[in-house]
Design a protein around this ligand. Structure first.
Ligand SMILES: Cc1cc2nc3c(=O)[nH]c(=O)nc-3n(C[C@H](O)[C@H](O)[C@H](O)COP(=O)(O)OP(=O)(O)OC[C@H]3O[C@@H](n4cnc5c(N)ncnc54)[C@H](O)[C@@H]3O)c2cc1C
Length: 402
């Protein structure tokens, strides 16, 4: 292939691999440039929503996801002092999707499954330890600069897709802003094998509290035996030494769920939390997708799913333009559709999820809990609610934008 006869995908995270596998599926040669030595394995996304499972069916990987992950038929909204407020039954989405549940599967396993699926294809290369430092473009193509173990190198392509995360170098090379804000508090993720399921918790739980809300999830874990992640908000005044102090982590866990024995803590990770959306997802031949285009707090498990939807949307359109079945202007539709839903759904819903969990006002907290009780008591209302939080409405809204 000539140099320009390819697409460059920057970033080999879950969204980069989704873009890559789609390009391979549509017969478009690509080079993936990834800064790290392999797929990162830190404990971030674990939740996969129904529309995502539907999309991945086209790439013939959903069955593998289902074999590796945990099906979550219902999830809980709880209050730390009052206990269960509402149990949401995802089976009510049976008329809306072939997958009326959430799937818990860690993001690095998703990336590995997509990577392995690429073995069915040719005409691509994956270059690790290639950290992109800048991109420039002209009428004919893009030139991507990268630091490699052999020194700086350049790569040419017809288009570049930046799937290089929140600090995206591709986005910084585009003429766009990354508007929004960063929360003062950070989120601590503590991982333990302790089986909260024995105490009536669902596989996914959001637990409100005016002083210290938390979120609790079960994911398959390294040995697929199951492991629980607990997410706590962290006071901005604390140092990392204080946050990671074992006694303090034990105090947090015991405060949430007291037990006689100390907790066995296998991982502790701290994340900064932002709410930002790029002011445009396209600048000529350069695009952003996933966290490079939008970042948000993880309550609701939506960020990576949104990134997957970006990658499917963009590569479908790029394929039509690549094969000259559609005009170049189709690529602007990617920005209009995906950026609109990032603001209308992803940002709005995740900000609202956090506000509800941390709500300090007793009267409005009680009103919200009553509203949730009302929603789960009425199947029609519950289905409408689940269509929004399971991301079905967002997909329909994007499709309605022309
Ligand atoms: C605690 C936590 C829990 C979460 N839970 C969920 C969840 O349940 N569901 C959900 O949907 N989302 C969740 N998210 C969000 C999710 O983790 C992200 O949305 C997801 O990682 C985005 O994937 P990505 O591929 O866009 O970016 P990343 O995963 O950040 O991958 C970017 C890749 O690009 C590479 N890269 C970076 N810079 C360069 C460069 N200059 N050159 C080359 N390569 C580069 C990086 O090495 C990395 O491999 C959670 C986030 C956190 C913090």
């Amino acid at each position: 292939m000539s140099d320009n006869d390819q697409v460059i995908v920057v970033g080999g995270g879950p969204v980069g691999y989704t873009a890559a596998l789609n390009l391979a599926h549509y017969g478009i040669p690509f080079t993936m440039l990834e800064a790290g030595p392999g797929i990162f394995e830190d404990p971030r996304a674990g939740t996969i929503h129904p529309p995502t499972l539907e999309m991945f069916q086209r790439l013939d990987v959903t069955e593998t996801f289902l074999k590796r992950g945990y099906v979550v038929p219902n999830y809980h909204y709880r209050d730390r002092k009052k206990g269960l407020i509402a149990s949401f039954d995802l089976a009510l989405l049976a008329d809306d999707t072939a997958f009326p549940f959430r799937l818990m599967l860690e993001q690095h396993k998703v990336a590995h499954i997509l990577h392995d699926k690429l073995a069915d294809f040719t005409d691509f290369q994956i270059l690790r330890q290639h950290a992109v430092t800048g991109v420039r473009q002209d009428d004919d193509g893009v030139v991507v600069k990268a630091d490699t173990p052999d020194g700086p190198k350049t790569f040419s392509a017809r288009y570049v897709i930046g799937c290089d995360g929140g600090r995206s170098q591709v986005r910084k090379s585009m003429d766009v802003d990354f508007e929004g804000f960063t929360f003062e508090e950070r989120f601590l993720v503590v991982t333990t094998p302790y089986d909260f399921g024995e105490h009536g918790y669902a596989l996914t739980n959001y637990i409100a509290d005016p002083e210290e809300w938390c979120a609790l999830f079960k994911v398959p874990g390294q040995d697929d035996e199951g492991i629980w992640r607990v997410v706590f908000p962290i006071d901005p005044g604390l140092s990392e030494d204080e946050i990671f102090d074992s006694a303090d982590i034990e105090r947090r866990l015991q405060g949430f769920h007291p037990k006689d024995e100390p907790y066995d803590v296998v991982h502790r990770n701290l994340y900064e939390v932002h709410q930002r959306v790029a002011s445009c997802y396209r600048d000529g031949r350069m695009f952003v997708a996933g966290d490079a285009a939008h970042i948000n707090n993880p309550l609701g498990g939506m960020g990576m799913n949104f990134g997957f939807h970006d990658a499917f949307s963009l590569t479908e359109k790029l394929t039509k333009v690549w094969h000259e079945w559609a005009e170049d202007s189709l690529l602007d539709l990617y920005d209009r559709q995906r950026r609109t839903v990032a603001s209308e759904y992803l940002q709005r819903q995740t900000i609202e999820n956090k506000k509800n969990l941390e709500n300090q006002d007793p009267a409005s907290r009680e009103r919200f809990h009553d509203e949730l009780r009302g929603i789960v008591a009425d199947k029609v209302k519950q289905r409408a609610y689940l269509r929004r939080v399971a991301m079905i409405e967002g997909i329909e809204r994007a499709a309605s934008i022309t």
